[in-house]
Design a protein around this ligand. Structure first.
Ligand code: SPV
Ligand code: MN
Length: 621
């Protein structure tokens, strides 16, 4: 049957009208295909209206996927105990003939599509399907990518209304607009309204038709199409079109005399990404995903999203005042996988007393409760989260968030969890050096954001490896080319908040990152000089001493500086060797990558001959 006719036959009149208003053949085909396949009992199409949004918000409660908490606006959602993070093992990039990608699982496209369509068959029986329209990036801008989400989870739909820009109008006003497509079903739910068939959990990414699928899961990192599923699609698009789709926050750093300079930052989960972009006194634009494009010869960046899906563990009044403030107001907030006691949310590391019982991701909870594997269950899950709109944040840079051409990007920051190799902050010599030796060389200890073991040092290029839907060679080449097209490329920095001394004590305190940011802000304008070392430019002691005093009112000693910025030659050389080994095993890696590794190795060896293994930064002055 003709798609629109089919839709007319299955949708009630009000919903059909909302679809009919959109003149888009591909959309009609897409909807007809998946409504027929998934067999929902009911379909709801959301426009941009407040009423439609409210309907979805209420459905989440009516269907039991969210429960109201004491504070108006607050709800809690639980994911299945075994569905608490992105499932990398069961996420597949579909490639034409099953071609392999480094690090990610792939499947032959037709086999993957067959498998997922079998899983989707009849999966929404008895459930309501939500049809949602959003935009990645600011609307009506060179960055905008329209997208359609189909989901049978009101929690997922509700989350997307908090996290993305509504774009029904874009579809209605632009016939046959091109768009990304996401199909999600939580599958059968158990009595707690969490996905039951976790063994059949699948996430599939079809780059060819730009559709992603997620079934038998609710965890937002798997299911919110516009977040990480879309990210795999936009990385692919960006490499084809010559721009950057990145796993980066976007923030403004306040410089002298009212100057604001914008930085992106890429850090693996739980390595300081949020705490950096939320630093007191600076300007938040986005906390997770950025698009970077060349406009008039300049690198310009936007936040892909409109809200925050943030880790709640460790959020406390002192360290995270902006988040704390938001979480304690009657705003629309979804808490997920926290502990609920008498209608109030509690989480690990909140700096307040946590009750001994309540309800959490494991169901009814009491202190000392163990799971089926014999592990003690903490009050909240390590990857418990909050979902809110950015507009609630008092540190938000509203103009930057909505700027159609984004903001001019002055610097890019790369960081990881590294106890013994990189100094706290270092500026690369140039774009190519930064891309290769900072971004493409990130290693980090694993965290709780994905399933699997924690605490193992892992390679994670640009902190984007989990999403690397194209071959690394293609990705790196695109980066190098991107820089060549810029009049004045952003400066690239590496930071390391986790450096330790020989006794295993951290060498920096949590807020020192603010000083590194201020230093980087001065550097992008050439306001301070730096020391040239084998690995890049390091801050000069007097500049840091002044900044520590100004920014943190702290006395920064020469001894601290020397310990923190010591060039650790054996560790740096070992790292180069690890990185070289990783890339040597791959095909088509650009020569520039190996040239940079060789050149830095040579610089380090020469320095070692002159000064020994551990070199004070003063020796390079
Ligand atoms: C991350 O892990 O990088 C996140 C959370 O931002 S998730 O949505 O699960 O990807
Ligand atoms: Mn992320």
């Amino acid at each position: 049957m003709e798609p629109l006719k089919y839709l007319k036959s299955v949708l009630d009149e009000e919903q059909y009208e909302k679809i009919e208003r959109i003149k888009n053949t591909k959309l009609h085909e897409f909807l007809a295909k998946y409504i027929e396949l998934c067999e929902p009992i009911k379909v709801f199409v959301a426009t941009n209206s407040e009423d439609d949004e409210l309907y979805i918000r209420n459905r989440a409660v009516v269907y039991g996927e969210e429960r109201l908490l004491k504070m108006p606006g607050h709800t809690v959602h639980f994911d299945n105990y075994y569905d608490q993070a992105r499932d990398k093992e069961h996420t597949y990039i579909l490639t034409p003939h099953g071609e392999k990608l480094p690090y990610l699982n792939t499947k032959k496209r037709d086999e993957g599509l067959k498998e997922i369509h079998e899983l989707l068959k009849g999966i929404m029986k008895g459930k309501e399907l939500f049809v949602l329209f959003f935009s990645l990036g600011p609307k009506n801008s060179p960055f905008m990518i329209p997208a359609v989400q189909l989901t049978d989870s009101a929690y997922v739909a509700h989350s997307e209304f908090l996290l993305y820009r509504k774009a029904y109008d874009v579809f209605a006003n632009t016939p046959n607009i091109d768009f990304l497509k996401f199909v999600h079903s939580a599958g059968e739910l158990d009595e707690r309204k969490t996905s039951k068939n976790i063994d059949k959990r699948r996430v599939m990414i079809d780059l060819e038709d730009e559709i992603t699928y997620a079934v038998n899961t609710q965890y937002a990192g798997n299911t919110i199409g516009l977040k990480k599923p879309a990210f795999r699609l936009t990385i692919n698009r960006a490499t084809k079109e010559g721009w950057l789709s990145e796993h980066m926050f976007l923030m403004g750093v306040n410089g002298p005399n009212g100057r604001v300079s914008y930085f992106t930052g890429a850090f693996p989960s739980m390595c300081g990404k949020t705490s950096t972009c939320m630093l007191v006194g600076e300007r938040l634009v986005g906390d997770d995903l950025s698009f970077i494009k060349i406009i008039d010869g300049e690198a310009r960046a936007v936040n892909v999203e409109y809200g925050v899906f943030g880790i709640i563990q460790g959020v406390n009044k002192e360290d995270d005042p902006y988040i704390w403030e938001v979480l304690h107001k009657p705003y629309e907030i979804i808490f997920s996988n926290v502990l609920i006691h008498e209608g109030k949310p509690y989480w690990n590391g909140m700096g307040e007393e946590i009750p001994d019982s309540g309800e959490n991701h494991s169901g009814k909870w009491w202190r000392g409760k163990k799971d089926a594997e014999g592990n003690e269950i903490p009050p909240s899950h390590k990857n418990a989260r909050f979902t809110v709109r950015l507009s609630y944040f008092s540190n938000l840079d509203r103009d930057a968030l909505d700027a159609p051409k984004g903001v001019k990007l002055s610097g890019m920051i790369f960081g990881g969890r590294d106890s013994d190799t990189w100094p706290p902050v270092c500026e690369s010599f140039n774009w190519q050096h930064g891309v290769i030796m900072k971004g493409a060389s990130i290693e980090s200890e694993t965290t709780a954001a994905t399933l699997g073991k924690e605490g193992i040092r892992k390679f994670n290029i640009m902190s984007i490896l989990d999403f690397m839907s194209v071959h690394l060679a293609v990705y790196i080449k695109n980066y190098l080319e991107f820089g060549k097209k810029l009049r004045n490329p952003p400066k690239i920095f590496a930071v390391n908040y986790f450096l330790k001394d020989e006794k295993g004590e951290y060498l920096n305190s949590k807020l020192d990152k603010k000083v590194w940011l201020k230093w980087m802000e001065l550097r992008v304008h050439g306001d301070v000089e730096a020391i040239e070392t084998p690995i890049g430019y390091l801050p000069k002691y007097p500049d840091l001493k002044r900044l520590f005093k100004e920014v943190l009112n702290k006395d920064y000693t020469k001894e601290d500086y020397e310990k923190q910025f010591m060039i650790r030659v054996p560790e740096l050389l070992a790292k180069i060797e690890r990185i070289r080994k990783i890339y040597s095993a791959m095909d088509n890696i650009p020569d520039e990558l190996f040239q940079e590794l060789d050149a830095e190795e040579k610089r380090l060896q020469e320095a070692r001959e002159k000064y020994g293994d551990y070199i004070s930064p003063f020796l390079f002055e």
